[in-house]
Design a protein around this ligand. Structure first.
Ligand code: TYM
Length: 330
């Protein structure tokens, strides 16, 4: 049976990369056959410096953002990782299976720890093991994520395979990443070689779902581009990362392909394309921001939704954890 599982860290705002790379797909998948579980990866959020008051606020903010984007508690189980302690427990068991050599290859750890690798937290290093626990706990078959999470999911498959082999069980299902489309990797508006990210110090590098009309229009207008008009064929985007990014965003926002966008805008300059893209974003994101503001006004309701989701998730998680303990002789 199909079971979809995915998570997002409740750090700061939801941006266009999260939305197009993952959340929009989540919203589509909750209408497909099979069960969906979506969670706030609040235990992952503490692997870098964390401000308790900000985290508390961000958890509610992210829950509201997901609901505003269309995640529906009647169609999907929405919860906080921390409220299902089985995640942390299974992570510890999987720490016995995961190999240091595997974790040493994780590019996200290398990027996030930067030059100060010795000073990075153990949690940041072991982060992908918790992520493996997140999906293996529910025997996820499908994991919709952006391109940047691909390596973590390959690790989850390696951990699942080794655990099953080492203990002679067929406990864990190998999760399939669901990645693709023109926005699998949305890039920074300031640098076509860097991904759009919450941790970029420049707010102009990303579109936040909560940005107002003027901010969105200004960010798109100032987005880095080259002086050439848009090509008519997608081959013409090969060496133009910034143009490719904006065309990809437009295609994803309108559920079409970059080729179709170029059929419409090929030959036109950014002086025409940027305002069209800005208006499109305003039109699509405006209603989400309005819903988000309403939802945030009701924190008790958000907490109740998350708690109810956690109870449902826990009922699914318990048998897997129990079977893992048994397989290990504990
Ligand atoms: P996070 O919180 O960084 O991002 C949430 C989702 O958004 C996607 N994403 C992007 N997609 C396209 N372009 C971008 N610029 C971009 N930036 C972010 C991410 O790929 C992700 O799908 N480790 C995960 C959270 C997590 C998780 C899990 C995901 C924890 N446990 C289990 C799946 C399954 C993370 O930090 O995502």
């Amino acid at each position: 049976t199909k079971r979809t599982v995915s998570g997002i860290q409740p750090t700061g705002n939801l941006h266009l990369g999260n939305y197009l790379g993952a959340i929009r797909r989540w919203v589509q998948m909750q209408d497909e056959p099979g069960e969906c579980l979506f969670f706030l990866a609040d235990l992952h959020a503490i692997t870098v410096h964390n401000d308790p008051a900000a985290l508390k606020n961000n958890i509610r903010e992210m829950a509201a953002a997901l609901i505003a984007c269309g995640i529906d508690q009647d169609k999907a189980i929405l919860f906080r990782q921390r409220q299902v302690p089985e995640h942390a427990e299974l992570c510890w068991l999987l720490n016995g299976t995961a190999r240091i050599g595997w974790l040493n290859r994780m590019t996200q750890f290398k990027e996030k720890s930067g030059k100060n690798r010795e000073g990075a937290s153990i949690g940041l290093y072991a982060y992908p093991v918790l992520q493996a626990a997140d999906v293996l706990l529910y025997n996820a078959t499908h994991v919709p994520v952006g391109e940047d999470q691909k390596q973590h999911l390959e690790l989850a498959r390696d951990i699942a395979t080794k655990f099953n082999t080492d203990f002679g069980v067929e406990l864990f299902t190998l999760p399939e990443p669901v990645i693709g489309g023109p926005a699998a990797r949305v890039m920074s508006l300031r640098d076509g070689a860097a991904k759009m990210s919450k941790s970029d110090p420049s707010d102009a590098s990303r579109i936040n779902l909560t940005d107002d009309v003027d901010t969105i229009m200004a960010k798109v207008r100032k987005a880095k581009t080259d002086p050439e008009p848009l090509p008519s064929e997608i081959e013409g985007l090969a060496e133009r990362p910034e143009a490719r990014n904006l065309v990809g965003i437009y295609a994803a926002m309108t559920d079409t392909t970059p080729a179709a966008v170029l059929a419409q805008f090929g030959g036109q300059g950014f002086g025409a394309f940027k305002p069209a893209l800005g208006e499109l974003l305003v039109e699509k994101l405006g209603p989400i921001a309005a819903r988000l503001a309403d939802l945030k006004a009701n924190p008790d309701e958000l907490d109740a939704i998350l708690l109810k989701g956690a109870e449902k998730a826990q009922a699914l998680a318990e048998p897997t954890l129990k079977a893992a303990y048994e397989a290990m002789g504990l």
